[in-house]
Design a binder for this molecule. Sequence first.
Ligand code: GLN
Length: 484
Amino acid sequence: MYERGVAQWSRALAAREVSAVELAKLYLGRIEKQRGLNAFLDVRPEVTLAQAAAADAARARGEVTPLTGVPVAHKDVFVTRDFASTASSKMLEGYMSPFDAGIVENMARAGMVTLGKLNCDEFAMGSSNENSAYGNVGNPWDSAAVPGGSSGGSAAAVAARLAPAATATDTGGSIREPAAFTGITGIKPTYGRASRFGLIAFASSLDQAGLMTQTAEDAALIFNAMLGFDARDSTSIDRAGEDYTRELGRSVKGLTIGVPREFFGGGLKSDVEAPVRAALAEYQRMGARLIDISLPNAELGIPVYYVVAPAECSSNLSRFDGVRYGHRAREYSDLIDMIKKSRAQGFGPEPRRRILIGTYVLSHGYYDAYYLKAQKVRRLIADEFSRAFKECDLIAGPVTTSVAFNYGEKAADPVAMYLSDLYTIPGSLAGLPCMSLPCGFGTGGRPVGLQLMANHFDEARLLGAAHQFQLATDWHARLPRGID
Ligand code: GLN
């Protein structure tokens, strides 16, 4: 039963084949059994079962949405009233928020049941989940491999079928990279489409909430409830709601897919390139037209991102001062000493590194040379995408240069780790809706992802094209061994 996804559970719940409480128990049992993966940071069965009972009662009263009773788990960067919210940092250990994040609220309003909170890299900084203060997360496909990051817990939970869906965030690739590394479907919407209210901020001009699911159809169903304007987020876009499932049935015949040649350069490993090329050929077989495009500035994405993201994080993380919330040092001599000690004790090495870089690039004398320059190149990258979308409907390529790497392989070398996001950062800098779809396996039987990107607000098209691929292939339905 646990193999089922959101759409399948939605139908089973509607047909009364299963109740929300039964479903919650099924997943709570699986979470308990797979504790070794360390995907979950906080599970409170009494909260989950109460929500499930409320969903069953709502259904009995006839107050239903397609998601009533469907379970979901949340990345620990979304604040929740009923579960601790730590962003995987010691800084926020045990922190209970007085309110729910905007998207958590939207999903609860649609009747979804929360299974718990998911491990991630500290403050969503990382590509392997090795930066969590609460330990590594297992990749269900291979115990030596990282699950990717920063949404590693979300990815592992969906891949091991501990939840039919999980929320995640993308700042530079944290949905697509772990989705690719664990053989599941990941999507980030257009920047401004998902509320950032209650999303513990890392880099505000980039952070965007999205989903990890088994299929594009599952993500489309949840997007209908999750996305929309939120006046409490100043960058939320006030635009009419839409039905994200509306293009699922649309054929890809006549669709033009741009294939950026820069995404198939020297860095790309052949065991990733082969399945990605095969997926592109599958689109061609289904009637899409592939065209060669160029995104010459995309490779500048990494240097740009590692100026912009640390700059914004140094500002966002200044709120953790030991005064308002979060960790406070036990012993200190005066106020300044208290702030210093609290921050030194609360933040792990990666946030500290980024706060230092960010403070440096924003400082007087360096601002023009680094931050301003980075913003200009960011604009060039975004413009390049806009030009490309005049010629094509979607852009496709690999998500990562390699399959999931091993624990420890890049942990000591931050630059090697940062390069993991070579193909995902450009789409994040441009604020585009982007996906990762399972498209095969590489060395060691580790999963490979196909990246699809669309123009702003073209989520429905993107999901439709992804769904058509999933009707024609079964990569998304493959299960890791040993998870039952
Ligand atoms: N891996 C990138 C980083 O470390 C992206 C993280 C993210 O998207 N949250 O910043």
